[in-house]
Design a protein around this ligand. Structure first.
Ligand SMILES: NC(=O)c1ccc[n+]([C@@H]2O[C@H](COP(=O)([O-])OP(=O)(O)OC[C@H]3O[C@@H](n4cnc5c(N)ncnc54)[C@H](OP(=O)(O)O)[C@@H]3O)[C@@H](O)[C@H]2O)c1
Length: 241
């Protein structure tokens, strides 16, 4: 399969690229070129020169995503699976200040731009590739933080952004399901588990490699949930919404 993953220089994105290459897939990894992880990515590229394409792409910039899609188009016509993985968490779990009157609007806006609007920009330019696949799939990595529940006020901006990403996914899922020519497209919003990454270390329960393995079970259809509200965890189990 040909698979595109966003935000691949570290964390879950890197694991997905590495495991996908080991499994024989052709991988397109997008990343913010100036940051961490360059050595690891370059090592993978040296090992798999024909099956790994790395493209610089800021998911918050329509110009950047469009340019990346044009570069990919020079090499590939279709993509079988897009994994919207790039994300940010800019809040501390233990910030006990009043989150209403102390809200950092810049932080809130940035969080929404990356986590909610980013996946929509990516699919605006990469869904045409998915439409041309014979076995298409989209996985938007959201979070358990994206569902409504009582008793929690941690991660306010992050929770709102992931809830928005879930709603975006459900809206486009409903659109796809309503069109005979698109109803075969598998689309999921996914909680990848509480992973031991830069973002998730303070709540960690699993390594990102375990999550990546579960995600490939879904991509490769060993696990194939058929749900009206396809909010799942990395094992393919329904998440509460
Ligand atoms: N870790 C967890 O426990 C957990 C739990 C639930 C959901 N998630 C979700 O799982 C996904 C992966 O998380 P992770 O733990 O692997 O996080 P991570 O280690 O912090 O990695 C996030 C990745 O996203 C990239 N990114 C950030 N802003 C970007 C932008 N504007 N354009 C392109 N790439 C951008 C980062 O690039 P830079 O390195 O250049 O910043 C990095 O490669 C995220 O969507 C996250 O919200 C994680």
């Amino acid at each position: 399969m040909r698979i595109l993953v966003t935000g691949v220089n570290r964390g879950l994105g890197f694991e997905l690229i590495q495991l996908g290459l080991e499994k024989g897939h052709t991988m397109i990894g997008t990343w913010l070129k100036t940051r961490d992880g360059i050595d690891s990515l370059q090592a993978l590229q040296a090992q798999y020169p024909d099956r790994l394409m790395l493209v610089e792409m800021d998911v918050t910039s329509e110009e950047s995503v469009k340019a990346a899609s044009e570069l990919v188009r020079q090499r590939y016509d279709s993509i079988d699976c897009v994994v919207n993985n790039a994300g940010i968490l800019l809040e501390s779990k233990y910030n006990l200040e009043d989150p209403i009157i102390n809200l950092d609007i810049g932080m809130f806006r940035k969080t929404l731009e990356v986590n909610t609007i980013g996946p929509a920009i990516v699919l605006k330019y990469f869904m045409p590739f998915v439409y041309r696949s014979c076995d298409p799939c989209v996985i938007n990595i959201t979070s358990e933080a994206g569902h409504l529940k009582t008793g929690l006020f941690t991660y306010l901006a992050y929770g709102v952004s992931k809830h928005g990403a879930n709603m975006y996914t459900q809206k486009i899922r409903n659109f796809l399901a309503s069109r005979p020519e698109y109803e075969h497209i598998r689309i999921f919003m996914m909680h990848p588990g509480r992973m031991n990454t830069v973002m998730g270390a303070e709540n960690k329960q699993i390594e990102p490699s375990e999550s990546a393995n579960g995600i490939y079970d879904i991509i490769e259809k060993r696990v194939d949930p058929k749900l009206d509200i396809p909010f799942i965890n990395y094992k393919g189990e329904q998440m509460p919404y």
